[in-house]
Ligand binder design. Structure first.
Ligand SMILES: [Zn+2]
Length: 226
């Protein structure tokens, strides 16, 4: 059984602030969520030039970390096992890693990454509400499954990386159906709403991940590719 741990790493947090202001995410510009006076200082600047400035600005948020960790541990615990098992059933695959590290971030953006045995993601410091915490973690864990087991299916069918990311993101709509008992709401990106509707429609007909993925790739090629 995989273990989930809450962690802190201020360098990862600094990186999140910088990336939010210097990269688009599926057409969405996260710098809109940045206080204007900070955005002005870091947007369009080299990471090495602004990292000390960001660190100085965010240090103050770290006094909330112990409480954030404690509350989130308490909120996650009763659902941890059930969530992992459910994700395995949805994807028809074993949980891909042994360790999941959830890092504190003071910016409302949740990047992720990892290697063979570990997966990490970042969760916003204000996400202490049980529902929001769970939906965010499950959303990121779905990406882990997708990367590990279904990324290459999309590539083999001729989709490029950006298109495969679209499909990966859109599949998080399944949370709304499969975690109904927890009343979770995964909104998704504006640019993926059409494809999310398609996924949910097919999923309700037959809960078979590889099959729905196959149909979704076909749909994407017909309706969403330029
Ligand atoms: Zn995502």
């Amino acid at each position: 059984m995989a273990t989930i741990q809450f962690q802190k790493d201020i360098n990862k947090d600094v990186r999140n602030w910088w990336e939010a202001n210097n990269h688009l995410s599926y057409g969405f510009d996260f710098s809109e969520k940045c206080p204007p006076e900070i955005k002005k200082k870091i947007k369009g600047k080299k990471f090495s030039k602004v990292k000390d400035y960001i660190e100085k600005h965010i240090k103050k948020y770290y006094k909330n970390y112990p409480q954030w960790k404690k509350e989130n541990e308490k909120n996650l615990k009763p659902y941890e096992k059930e969530t992992i098992q459910k994700l395995e059933r949805i994807h028809k695959k074993k949980f891909p890693v042994e360790f999941i590290d959830i890092y504190y971030t003071s910016f409302p953006r949740n990047p992720y990454g990892g290697g063979k045995k570990r997966f990490w993601t970042q969760i916003y410091m204000h996400e202490k509400d049980k529902q929001k915490l769970l939906v965010t973690i499950i959303h990121e864990l779905m990406h882990l499954f997708f990367h590990k087991y279904y990324w290459k299916t999309c590539k083999k069918k001729g989709l490029n990386d950006e298109e495969t990311h679209d499909i990966k993101e859109a599949f998080s709509v399944l949370i709304n159906e499969e975690f109904k008992n927890l009343k979770l709401k995964d909104k998704g990106y504006d640019s993926h709403q059409k494809i999310r509707k398609h996924i949910l429609r097919e999923w309700k007909k037959k809960k078979d991940f590889p099959k729905v993925l196959d149909l979704t790739i076909k749909y994407y090629k017909q309706k969403c590719q330029n």
